[in-house]
Design a protein around this ligand. Structure first.
Ligand SMILES: [Zn+2]
Ligand SMILES: [Zn+2]
Length: 116
């Protein structure tokens, strides 16, 4: 089985769809000779779909604040984690959650095919 996150996503139809879109954009943008500007929009829009889905459908997957992340640290100073976290922080945690996905979505790595 691929990385643990992909295993979880494979069980959800919506995850598969949006994660594959984002993954393919990642791979495309990382190909040799890819124009970073041409990939900006597809990367942003596919990631938004994925983040949106993760926050609404899999809030339980979002990791805690990461100890060595400045952004997480800033939130820790701002207020204590009482009650629901704000959307901006949820989005940021979704970004942490997807770190393994960004790691495997490179040209020549076929882990993403587990979701297709
Ligand atoms: Zn899902
Ligand atoms: Zn962080």
């Amino acid at each position: 089985m691929p990385c643990e996150l992909l295993g979880r996503m494979a069980a959800c139809g919506d995850c598969r769809e949006v994660a594959v879109e984002y993954g393919l954009a990642l791979i495309g943008s990382r190909r040799h000779g890819a124009d970073p500007r041409a990939w900006e929009l597809p990367l942003t829009s596919t990631r938004l779909h994925l983040d949106d889905h993760l926050i609404t459908a899999h809030a339980a997957w979002l990791p805690d604040r990461q100890p060595d992340c400045d952004v997480c640290g800033a939130w820790r100073e701002d207020y204590d984690a009482i009650g629901p976290i704000c959307e901006a922080e949820a989005l940021h945690r979704a970004w942490h959650l997807c770190a393994p996905l960004r790691e495997v979505c490179t040209p020549g790595n076929h882990e993403l095919t587990h979701l297709i």
